[in-house]
Write a protein that binds this ligand. Structure first.
Ligand SMILES: N[C@@H](Cc1c[nH]c[nH+]1)C(=O)O
Length: 370
């Protein structure tokens, strides 16, 4: 027999039995929470035209996309990220809608990353997008929904760390950085590679005072007090406004009763280019990767022809399941399955019994007695 036939490629896996039952149960709990806030389910295709995920969109880089061709020669992509698909749908079906739209979804995403550290290349994401509402209250709703969804799933110890793209961008603009330098710097700072960042800035001849400000960005993380420190460091209106927005957000989160789950990190930057305002990640122990990622993307819909602000998040269900597993926090217990065996002589009788049990909602297997 060909052993290879039983294996799956690196980065993808089968999920079955109790593990899958628990995953589905957690998805149900989260789904109920999203629906409770009025989010409407939407399903988009697993693959789309390449242009939906192209460089200008600002999602996963082209070399990490799974690309292939259809018979007509179009380049297609397995979705690496739901957000561009949601933006496309909002533009396609709600072009003239002014009332905010709330989408929620669940499905798998695909990224062709290196096989480092056993990272999965296919993961299940569940997410929500609030389109057409640029307010701080909308930002607050998203963070509250993240906290409530994680609590619902059974997670207790976690933190949602919140950053603001505009804080960093305000300093970059003041320092006169070109787009490429800004992008390189963003990636270095988000990797916490401060030496690399320093080298880049001195190499590009950026004035000392701005270098200092930019390098300090990564030091502003912690509880709400860091916002005050961050305000003291900058003097450009864009960055100051960004901090003010975070202060207002904190007030909204207090009203939701979820403030104790949040902290701030002004050095948090995303590898995605489409974020324009808050960005956030939820961390817990047991997994190195964030279990939730999200943020505001007020310009993305513009690529699809609709001018509308938007904010959203995605829960990486597989990482959440690993965390719940390690923390022994998955409360779900599967119903037992009753087994009825039959012989040719008593099949009718056993079948009747099985039907009665199933009618009462009891999981029942009927099988021949071997
Ligand atoms: N799609 C983003 C998360 C997100 C949803 N909406 C806004 N951001 C991600 O996969 O990281």
């Amino acid at each position: 027999m060909n052993r290879q036939l039983l294996h799956t490629p690196e980065g993808v896996r089968d999920i079955y039995g109790k593990e899958y039952a628990r995953k589905l149960a957690v998805e149900d709990l989260i789904h109920d929470r999203l629906r409770l806030y009025g989010y409407q389910d939407i399903q988009t295709p697993t693959f789309e035209f390449f242009d939906v995920f192209s460089r200008e969109i600002g999602t996963t880089s082209s070399r990490e996309l799974y690309k292939f061709f259809d018979k007509e020669g179009n380049t297609l992509v397995l979705r690496p990220d739901f957000t561009p698909s949601m933006a496309r749908c909002a533009a396609k079906y709600f072009m003239d809608e002014d009332i905010p739209i709330r989408f929620c979804y669940a499905g798998n995403t695909f990224t062709n990353t290196g096989s480092l550290q056993g990272k999965l290349k296919e993961v299940t994401q569940m997410g929500a997008e609030l389109i057409g509402d640029g307010s701080v209250q909308a930002d607050g709703e998203m963070i509250a929904l993240v906290v409530e969804s994680l609590l619902e799933a059974g997670l207790k110890d976690f933190q949602v760390s919140i950053g603001q793209m505009e804080y960093f961008k305000g300093i970059c603009a003041q320092a006169g950085l070109d787009e490429q330098t800004e992008n390189e710097l963003r990636s270095l700072i988000s990797d916490k590679n401060i030496f690399g960042a320093e080298e880049l800035l001195t190499g590009r001849g950026v004035a000392q005072s701005y270098c200092k400000m930019l390098l300090k960005v990564s030091e502003h993380f912690g509880s709400v007090e860091v916002l005050n420190e961050a305000k003291g460091l900058v003097n450009n209106p864009r960055s100051l406004e960004a901090v003010r927005r975070l202060e207002n957000l904190y007030r909204v989160l207090q009203s939701y009763g979820v403030a104790k789950y949040v902290s701030f990190d002004l050095g948090m930057l995303s590898k995605y280019n489409y974020y324009t305002g808050i960005i956030f990640k939820a961390y817990t122990y047991g997994v190195g990767e964030p279990v939730v990622k999200g943020g505001r993307y007020d310009r993305l819909l513009g690529y699809f022809g609709k001018k509308a602000p938007a904010v959203g998040f995605a829960i990486v269900v597989d990482d959440l399941m690993s965390a719940l597993e390690r923390q022994k926090a998955c409360a779900y217990e599967e119903d037992e399955i009753r087994v009825l065996t039959y012989h040719a002589s008593d099949y009718e009788e056993k079948l009747l019994e099985a039907r009665k049990l199933r009618a009462k909602g009891i999981r029942t297997v009927l099988r021949p007695d071997l």
